[in-house]
Design a protein around this ligand. Structure first.
Ligand code: GLC
Length: 801
């Protein structure tokens, strides 16, 4: 086992002088006199790829992370030879490669300021034990430079001063600072002089990142094998860095069905059928909205995937249909471990076709999971993924299951010290055969991919819904994720908040935590506070181990039930807002949650904030993270904000106390925003919506908002059958104008908007719609400044005094 403390290590080897360079369309090759080659590709004007070999030749270029749909192309590419370096210029960047030692310096092409610079740059150590190299990179880190990203790390958002490891690990009851845990997302954003750049180290071996921990002015990253292969992504806006990274590693292949953004109830385990029905009926009886119910491992026959326990679930198809009739979509768990049992058809098929992973010397990879001894399909083999995807036919097409939950796919193995496969296990890696050292971090991703392909195929023409625990960069293309086995403590509520934000800034917005905590049982107060945060997470699910009692919204006391109901109702009201922000994520890679630093990087006060975040474009949220709180101090970013509960306006750019008894948490809406809302439904599609509310928050100035809508499922939106409304608001002291621009071929079912005007600084005297005056009596203007108008308007002009 190589425990590498990067820089002080003896045995480091460095590139020597550049002796030749060659240009091939968008790629430059620099060769040194000790056989190092730097292959530098201009992916886009703002995205450069750096790849190094120490042997003069490169391995086959292959990546599970990079999508074939990534945008490519640049406007300018010039190379000049200078006395001490080569200079490469794009329209956004200037990059110098030093002749002496291959070191790289990158400048902003506009103001010529340094963005990022190699310290020692690329260097390596030969690996005696495994062959190949331990590849390393070190960069200069400046005082005041900050670092963000890396997936699910349960620590403060700003990573400066810390070191991390990426090795996906089953981490039951992890805590603050536990590292590594379930995900390996070797991508971070650096922020220097208020400008953001990103580094994506696309290497699936065990990787390490040191953000000025070992040496104050150095940030470094290294891997226990493979290539030094990283992408440099320039912003300078952090949102653009994340969007460009998401473009490279892929946006979700389609929108989720709208119901997947509703509330999900889960537990290990609801069984038998009567218990499942009791739970779902109770939701309807108590009028707590809910869209999905989960079946954990106990629905299976002896934990054999793709089977049912017929005692507990005698007729799954009937049950799933009855649940569906009541608005519940059934989601079932599927794990990678296949029980060793020669009478079990899945096991036999995989064995006959040679689909299971093997050890280096030939035996199968055998390990214990829930069913006892298991073998594990090699999901890095295309044929295995195809076979696996076909296994979902019965579950999805016949029985009618709407979603699949992939768990234990790190892969987790019980009763062994390293909790996973040994390093020598062999993988196909899609034609690049390798050991588990290289395949480990992508195993879960490839399982989720195969599951996604199956669910997608058999759910068609409906959209698939898949959730995974393990992930590598790019997994967001296929599915959603949750943050694993957390604990019902206040500290874990803090962690859940950080993780959802961090996942969003790591390109994976569709994430959430086990609300209430998986292990142990929350108090009613903690559960309430967690729901209040969870409604703002793209994936919104209560889950618990069930060992310590129940965790349904009615488990605590009536007050909790009532508050929780109100909040889940708010989630359902905000669905059009959330769906619009999901659409922006799918289209442009814009993170659905924006940490304050991502929202306003120019204000240095945001650089170390962790608790507050922006949900979508316009809603500021700050959870309550302590017991017995009646409010808290929080930072309000610059600009004017409406308190969501009181409509009181505050000016941001400062910290302040905000009241929040157990019924509320601090929520603010940006002045000028238009927030679309649906009526409350018990589940998506329960009612035909004929009126959408637009909550309009006055601003003296301009702001724009969007509303995306489509059929809420299916693929027609990809053919233009969507409706995208852009609202441009202009406010003055005595008038307010809202212009609407509509795109797309879809006519959303609703006919009217109910406009609620918040913070209007004048009394309405006249209203014009598309230049025509409408008598105030016709508009049913209420005392609370609301009015109902036809959805087709182009301009709503409100005059006042
Ligand atoms: C793992 C999962 C958890 C699940 C349990 C049983 O611990 O993380 O969500 O309930 O296995 O399947």
């Amino acid at each position: 086992m190589i425990v590498n403390t990067e820089l002080e290590q003896k045995g480091n080897i460095f590139p020597s002088k550049i002796i030749a360079y060659k240009k091939d369309v968008d790629t430059l090759y620099f060769t040194t006199d000790n056989d190092v080659v730097l292959e530098m590709t201009i992916v886009r004007d703002s995205v450069l790829r750096f790849r190094y070999t120490t042997t003069g030749t490169f391995e086959k270029d292959f990546s599970y992370a990079i999508t074939k749909y990534a945008s490519k192309g640049y406007n300018l590419l010039e190379i000049e030879e200078e006395a001490e370096s080569y200079k490469i210029t794009t329209s956004k960047l200037i990059c110098h490669i030093k002749k002496e030692n291959l070191q790289v310096l990158i400048f902003d092409a506009k103001d010529h300021k340094l963005i990022n610079e190699d310290e020692l740059g690329f260097h390596w150590e030969e690996s005696y034990e495994y062959g190949g190299n331990i590849v390393k990179m070190s960069k200069t880190s400046h005082d005041g430079e900050s670092y963000y990203g890396l997936g699910d790390k349960p620590v403060e958002l700003n990573l400066k001063g810390k070191r991390f490891e990426n090795w996906v690990t089953d981490s039951y009851a992890f805590g603050k600072g536990t590292d590594p845990i379930y995900k390996a997302i070797p991508f971070y954003t650096g922020l220097k002089d208020k400008k953001a750049y990103g580094i994506f180290f696309d290497n699936t071996f065990r990787t390490y990142f040191d953000f000025s921990q070992e040496r104050r002015n150095v940030t470094s990253f290294w891997a226990q094998g493979g290539e030094m292969n990283y992408y440099f992504i320039y912003g300078p806006q952090m949102e653009d860095v994340v969007a460009n990274y998401t473009d490279l590693t892929g946006k979700p292949h389609q929108l989720p069905p709208l119901w997947a953004l509703g509330f999900h109830q889960c537990k290990w385990s609801y069984y038998p059928e009567s218990t499942v029905k009791e739970v779902t009926s109770k939701f309807r009886e108590l009028k707590i909205p809910c869209d999905a119910i989960y079946l954990d491992i106990d629905y299976m026959d002896g934990f054999r995937c793709f089977t049912w326990d017929k005692n507990h679930f005698p007729d799954p198809k009937r049950m799933v249909k009855e649940l569906a009739d009541d608005g519940f979509k059934t989601v079932v768990i599927i794990d990678p471990g296949i029980k060793v049992d020669k009478d079990y058809w899945v096991f036999k098929e995989a064995l006959d076709n040679d689909y299971f992973c093997k050890r280096a010397d030939g035996p199968y990879m055998k390990g214990k999971v829930w069913p006892g001894e298991c073998y594990f399909p090699d999901f890095t083999h295309r044929k295995v993924r195809e076979w696996w995807s076909d296994l979902f036919r019965d579950l999805v097409e016949n029985i009618g299951v709407r979603g699949v939950w992939n768990d234990m796919n790190e892969p987790a193995v019980m009763e062994v010290p390293n909790k996973t496969f040994p390093d020598d296990v062999r993988h196909e890696y899609d034609g690049n055969r390798c050991s588990h050292r290289k395949a480990h971090n992508v195993y879960g991703m490839q399982m989720a991919r195969a599951t996604y392909q199956g669910v997608k195929k058999f759910a068609y023409p409906k959209r698939p819904f898949v959730i995974t625990r393990a992930a590598y960069s790019g997994t967001q293309r296929y599915c959603s994720t949750w943050t694993g086995d957390n604990v019902a403590t206040w500290e874990h509520l803090w962690i859940a908040n950080i993780q959802a934000q961090r996942m969003a800034m790591s390109g994976f917005s569709f994430a959430g935590s086990d609300i209430g905590g998986f292990a142990e049982q929350p108090s009613g107060e903690l559960f309430t506070r967690w729901i209040q945060l969870g409604i703002f997470h793209p994936f919104f699910r209560v889950h618990s181990s069930g060992d310590h009692g129940n965790q349904e919204p009615w488990t605590f006391d009536e007050d909790v039930t009532d508050i929780v109901r109100k909040w889940i109702e708010l989630r359902y009201q905000l669905l059009p807002y959330l769906y619009t922000s999901f659409w922006k994520y799918v289209e442009e890679g814009i993170p659905m949650l924006k940490s304050l630093v991502l929202f306003d990087q120019e204000d240095v006060h945001t650089h170390y904030r962790s608790d507050e975040f922006i949900f979508g474009d316009h809603i500021l949220v700050c959870p309550i993270l302590e017991p017995n709180a009646r409010g808290r101090r929080m930072f309000i970013p610059r600009g004017d904000w409406f308190n969501f509960w009181t409509d009181q306006i505050v000016s941001g750019g400062k910290e302040m106390w905000v009241d929040a008894d157990i019924e509320t948490i601090p929520v603010f809406v940006k002045a000028g925003a238009i927030i679309p809302k649906y009526p409350v439904q018990q589940y998506v599609g329960e009612i035909d919506i004929d009126e959408v509310t637009l909550d309009v928050y006055f601003k003296n100035g301009k702001e724009s908002s969007t509303l995306f809508d489509d059929a809420h499922d299916g693929y027609d939106y990809k053919k233009g059958r969507y409706s995208l409304r852009t609202f441009k608001l202009t406010g003055k002291s005595d008038e307010l104008i809202i212009q609407q621009h509509k795109e797309g071929k879809y006519d959303a079912g609703y006919q009217r908007f109910k406009i609620n005007l918040h913070g209007l600084p004048f009394t309405i005297t006249k209203v014009q719609i598309d230049n025509e005056e409408i008598p105030l009596s016709e508009l049913k203007i209420n005392g609370d400044n609301s009015m109902i108008i036809d959805k087709g308007f182009s301009e709503l002009h409100i005059f006042g005094k």
